[in-house]
Design a protein around this ligand. Structure first.
Ligand SMILES: C[S@@+](CC[C@H](N)C(=O)[O-])C[C@H]1O[C@@H](n2cnc3c(N)ncnc32)[C@H](O)[C@@H]1O
Length: 216
């Protein structure tokens, strides 16, 4: 599939998509699993939450979020990679309240329902700023009035001031959109789109952040 944003590294394809979970685990020296479990535990998921997962990947996060839901809760993953969708479906095949749809989050979305939470994990940093604005609008429109947009991604920092052990892999692995992303004031930007009441948790020496923003 042709990339919409050739310089982006979140439009994951081929072997990287096929072995995505394993690659993350190796690259993080096995620390990723504990980190993502902790981050999801901090989402404060309610048993009947309806959750939209933007760029849902292999379904690993959906399976972790499901642990907090009753049968009243629901998760809908939006994803564009066939290889990711295949893995998502395989992982969640016997679970009625989890589904995935092949839908782009960077273009105007029309969904049937409103959601309690829109979760976006390690996807947002990989787009040009104008496109990130579309994603914010999609999240805002998809949420119920008391809903929450939850971004798990890099924190804000000056790349050249980060320690070498972080800076070198970050510069090798990440794309130019990520370098721009980390230097922006996202609470201010989200506020301009109508979001309020921010809460954040930081991880890995403050290089990663779970940022929650309320719609009202
Ligand atoms: C870095 S992965 C993160 C996957 C997952 N959120 C996680 O935390 O494991 C980025 C994901 O976003 C998906 N993606 C990229 N662009 C997208 C778009 N425009 N609409 C929907 N999904 C997209 C990719 O296919 C990939 O699965």
């Amino acid at each position: 599939m042709k990339k919409f944003y050739p310089e982006s590294k979140v439009e994951i394809q081929g072997i990287t998509a096929k072995f995505y979970d394993k690659i993350l685990s190796y690259l993080s020296f096995g620390k990723y699993d504990a980190f993502i479990k902790k981050a999801i535990s901090l989402m404060e998921i309610q048993v009947d939450d309806k959750i939209l997962d933007f760029g849902a990947g292999t379904g690993k996060n959906a399976m972790l979020m499901k642990n907090y839901l009753s049968e009243e809760g629901e998760i809908l993953g939006l994803e564009i990679s066939d290889l990711m969708i295949e893995q998502f479906k395989a992982k969640t095949k016997n679970i009625k309240n989890i589904d995935v749809q092949n839908l782009r989050i960077d273009q105007p979305l029309t969904l049937e329902k409103k959601y309690d939470k829109v979760f976006i994990s390690f996807v947002f940093h990989g787009f040009p700023f104008e496109i990130q604005k579309n994603i914010i609008k999609n999240a805002f429109n998809a949420l119920k009035d008391d809903g929450e947009f939850i971004i798990l991604d890099f924190n804000e920092f000056i790349t050249d001031k980060t320690p070498l052990y972080f800076r070198i892999p970050f510069k090798i692995i990440e794309c130019k959109y990520a370098f721009e992303y980390v230097e922006k004031d996202w609470k201010k930007i989200l506020r301009d789109f109508g979001f309020v009441h921010f809460q954040e948790k930081l991880f890995f020496q403050n290089h990663l952040r779970l940022l929650k923003a309320k719609k009202r």
